[in-house]
Design a protein around this ligand. Structure first.
Ligand code: BGC
Length: 862
């Protein structure tokens, strides 16, 4: 047996050489140099970087300029705050600003000033543009894409021109043939009946050049495609119209102003190359089509408020070349990109005029190696290209697909892989996390989690990106939220989505199961674990990003949801609501003669989530200073837990259902009294063993099973689950070549057959194990909001020789790497951002409280 020989600190890497205080990562209202943001509540963030240890910001100084003129100076403010510091002066609409920050630290260092820029949105009163477009008059009929154009001649030397643009549908626009901006699917998906976002683009440079042709295309997108599963005619649409709204504010040298707006003096065409484009069925591009211009029709305005965008738009992230092409046993010509991804293809084709080439999309091949699309259900997911006769380039970017394979029909001659590439697109927020270990299977699992994460964060968090669904399922977002925050900066992304959640919440406090609610209030509004995202996501957002405004903005909604549950419960027992999902997609064996299918009572799940939500509201109330609420919900929580004990737990601590999920939820939500907890964890560990070290949990138990095991000293069992290679497990799909996370534990059976119907190969929910990898295996856990203080408490095991993870918090990058012999950590290297303090569990068993800097600790082992 190994024995720790030396408890002394052997290694203390101190990289103070050349220490300097730098300010980086300037963000305005959470975004990098944003355009057209709401001038109300603008806030500024930055990150301190220095190699000098134990550095804190002691003071900052902010200067704000508008068009080169200083409009605000904060003066030297003694404060350690660097996250979302409010601007101390009212800002004007439609104006460009720059701001500069410099900081002082506790060592007497001063940073160089650093500058960022932003511009503000149009005043709500300043909108003069009219909505122009087409209307089919029937919501069951999908509107066709519509083109718009207008020639503009500047009447002087343009100093600044900004286009404020939105649409009912999705838009893109160009000036003199050049696409403006790099954003896709704008204005983004919101509760269109209430809120439509708009974007701002600086168009000074293209308009300055003289007479310009402004062209726009509006396609159905989420507004008009028809979302929701089922036959297309049954799909839900926001409207039967597609419309554009654009206002360009021009300022000439000398101060004269001009406003160019959409209206009847524009032209529109219902015909053009993009003949058809919906999210589920795909896009048709006909390069033989001629436009048919007519005066634009002015449509009625909308009851929705126009609001400036608050989150990063969808952007192209990377382009991938196919790794091979082949012919399937059925004779299909197929390209393989080696990665299940989300985006669209870009294709170069030379052929006859009028020749039709079709490109279909699939995530997997069937058992025989043929192209498999049954899991797309009713979504046709096909691009149709009509060739011009020359060499054409097609890029169907008015839709998106989830695919690894492309099937090409209609080509004459060979399929040439170099004529194809895949364009990967997702919400354009930054990637902030990285995880790596000595086990290649787990590295592939992390890669699968990451691809599933990015591919399902396409303006809203979706369940899946490929079939006739792609909806903002609340449960999936709730389950995956913490994993997402380790891997990406989803701060503003979720602010936007939570605004929709507030808007969709109904009068009784219920939360529709998909946000935005494409079912318009007709779907379930009380699913435990789904609706609880109303409390869990804001709370976890606060813990991840340290900004109390999200809690404040959501508080009424959080409270309304728990009040609804409390009202609905019978003497604190929430078994009255018919729960639709429960531990959704838990592992159940067919022909279960051994009685081992893991069925957990849905009411039991609901009771645990009710407690969790009420606890969050109590904690939030205390933080926000609502003392009476805090006391009230605290006392309600005690009663909810008592009702749970009375109903579901025997005096000896057997939790009814006796499943993994039952113990996981009871322990995670603190439902059991202290004296029954350890034995419950023991029952959980025994249950895992009984299933041959397999997981049997569904959506509700899976995110927390390893966490609960680790909390109660069973990390060895957690590692057995993590490393299990047979179904059900996380590594089983990896062994079968998965490159994203599957919806079901057995999306593909061991014999290669594919489970029919609802079966996505890119569903991030079970990827929530990613949270445990960062938080427990590597050991990075916040102990106060925004990781201002955090713990580094690795849980080695599973034969891992090393693990390493980094994540960028609001204060900067945390990095941890440990190396181990068996279950014993030999060394640990930690980077702690300036302004934060970490409690590091060192290999010698000591917990050291350390200020910022880079540290390494090691022990010698016999
Ligand atoms: C979705 C899930 C979702 C569920 C609700 C499915 O169709 O794909 O991920 O949470 O329905 O049960």
């Amino acid at each position: 047996m190994r024995r720790l020989l030396s408890l002394a600190l052997l290694l203390a890497i101190c990289l103070e050489a050349g220490a300097q205080l730098n300010v980086t990562t300037l963000r305005t209202s959470g975004l990098e140099n944003p355009q057209g943001i709401d001038p109300a509540g603008v806030n500024l963030s930055w990150i301190l970087e220095t190699d000098k240890r134990a550095t804190f910001q002691q003071a900052y100084e902010l200067t704000l300029k508008k068009g080169g003129r200083t409009v605000w100076r904060s003066g030297k403010v003694e404060s350690d705050n660097s996250v979302r510091v409010p601007v101390g002066v009212p800002l004007e609409y439609a104006s460009p600003y720059t701001w500069t920050v410099r900081v002082w630290d506790n060592h007497g260092q001063v940073s160089k000033p650093v500058t960022a820029s932003f511009s503000t949105a149009l005043s709500p009163d300043a909108w003069k543009a009219s909505w122009i477009g087409t209307d089919t008059g029937d919501r069951k009929i999908c509107p066709s894409p519509v083109y718009f154009r207008k020639t503009f001649r500047p009447s002087g030397n343009i100093k600044r021109a900004v286009a404020y643009v939105t649409s009912r549908g999705i838009y893109e626009f160009s000036i003199n043939g050049s696409r403006v901006g790099a954003d896709y699917f704008t204005p983004g998906w919101t509760t269109y009946q209430k809120t439509i976002q708009y974007q701002a683009y600086d168009v000074t440079a293209p308009l300055k050049r003289g007479t310009s042709l402004i062209e726009a295309l509006v396609c159905p997108g989420w507004y008009g495609s028809g979302m929701g599963w089922g036959a297309p005619k049954d799909r839900q649409r926001y409207g039967s119209d597609l419309a554009l709204l654009m206002q360009i504010e021009i300022e000439y040298a000398g101060g004269r102003k001009e406003t160019l707006v959409t209206g009847p003096d524009w032209q529109m065409s219902r015909k053009g190359p993009v003949a058809d484009a919906t999210f589920y069925d795909g896009e048709t591009i006909d390069l033989t089509a001629a436009y048919s211009w007519e005066p634009a029709t002015v449509l009625p305005s909308t009851a929705a408020s126009l609001v400036p965008s608050i989150a990063e738009p969808v952007r192209i992230r990377q382009v991938i070349n196919p790794m091979r092409s082949f012919v399937t046993p059925k004779g299909e010509k197929v390209l393989d990109f080696g990665q299940n991804l989300v985006g669209w293809e870009k294709v170069r084709i030379k052929g006859r005029k009028g020749q039709v080439v079709k490109v279909s999309h699939a995530e997997v091949l069937d058992k025989e190696g043929n192209f498999y699309t049954k899991n797309m259900r009713a979504a046709k997911v096909t691009s149709t290209f009509v060739l011009s006769g020359g060499t054409d380039v097609f890029e169907p970017s008015q839709t998106f697909y989830g695919f690894r394979y492309l099937k090409v029909d209609g080509l004459e001659g060979e399929l040439n892989p170099s004529d194809f590439c895949a364009v990967v697109a997702d919400s354009g927020f930054e990637t902030v996390g990285r995880f790596e270990s000595s086990n290649p299977l787990i590295n592939q699992l992390q890669s699968n989690i990451f691809w599933g994460f990015r591919g399902n964060f396409v303006d809203i968090p979706t369940d899946c990106p490929q079939r006739d669904e792609r909806l903002g399922w609340t449960g999936d977002a709730e389950i995956f939220f913490r994993t997402a925050t380790f891997n990406g900066n989803v701060d503003n992304f979720f602010r936007k989505w939570l605004r929709s959640l507030r808007e969709e919440q109904n009068e009784r406090g219920g939360i529709p199961a998909v946000i935005p609610d494409i079912f318009f209030g007709t779907n379930v509004d009380h699913a435990c674990g789904w609706a609880d995202c109303a409390t869990i996501v804001p709370w976890q957002h606060y813990m991840a990003y340290g900004d109390v405004t999200v809690l404040r903005d959501q508080y009424r909604s959080m409270k309304a949801w728990v009040d609804f549950m409390l009202r609905s419960s019978d003497d604190y027992l929430l078994n009255t609501l018919n729960q639709p999902f429960g531990d959704w997609l838990f592992w159940s064996q067919d022909n279960d003669r051994s009685g081992r299918s893991a069925v957990t009572s849905k009411a039991l799940c609901a009771q645990c989530f009710m407690a969790g939500s009420v606890e969050i509201v109590a904690k939030s109330a205390a933080i926000l200073g609502y003392k009476d609420d805090a006391a009230f919900y605290d006392s309600e929580l005690t009663k909810i837990k008592k009702a749970f004990m009375d109903e579901y737990v025997t005096p000896n601590g057997l939790v009814s259902s006796d499943t993994q999920t039952a113990y996981v939820l009871a322990l995670y939500f603190g439902m059991l009294p202290e004296h029954l907890r350890q034995q419950a964890a023991g029952r959980l560990a025994a249950n895992v063993k009984e299933y041959g070290n397999h997981i049997t949990t569904g959506f509700l138990g899976t995110p927390h099973i390893c966490e609960v095991l680790s909390e109660y000293g069973y990390s060895d069992v957690a590692y057995k689950l993590l490393l299990q290679e047979t179904c059900p497990s996380w590594i089983y799909p990896v062994k079968l070549g998965a490159t994203t996370i599957w919806e079901r534990w057995n999306s593909i059976n061991p014999d290669g057959s594919i489970v029919g119907g609802m079966n996505s190969f890119n569903h991030y929910s079970y990827g929530s194990i990613g949270d445990w990898l960062y938080r427990y295996a590597v050991g990075i856990r916040e102990t106060s909001p925004g990781f201002r203080t955090f713990e580094v408490d690795p849980h080695p095991g599973g034969g891992f020789k090393y693990m390493e993870a980094s994540t960028r918090t609001p204060y900067g990058k945390i990095r941890v790497r440990w190396e181990a012999d068996g279950n014993v950590i030999r060394s640990i290297v930690v980077s702690i951002p300036a302004g934060t303090t970490a409690s590091v569990h060192c290999p010698d068993g000591e917990v050291r409280v350390l200020g910022s800097g880079n540290y390494g600790f090691g022990v010698e082992l016999e």
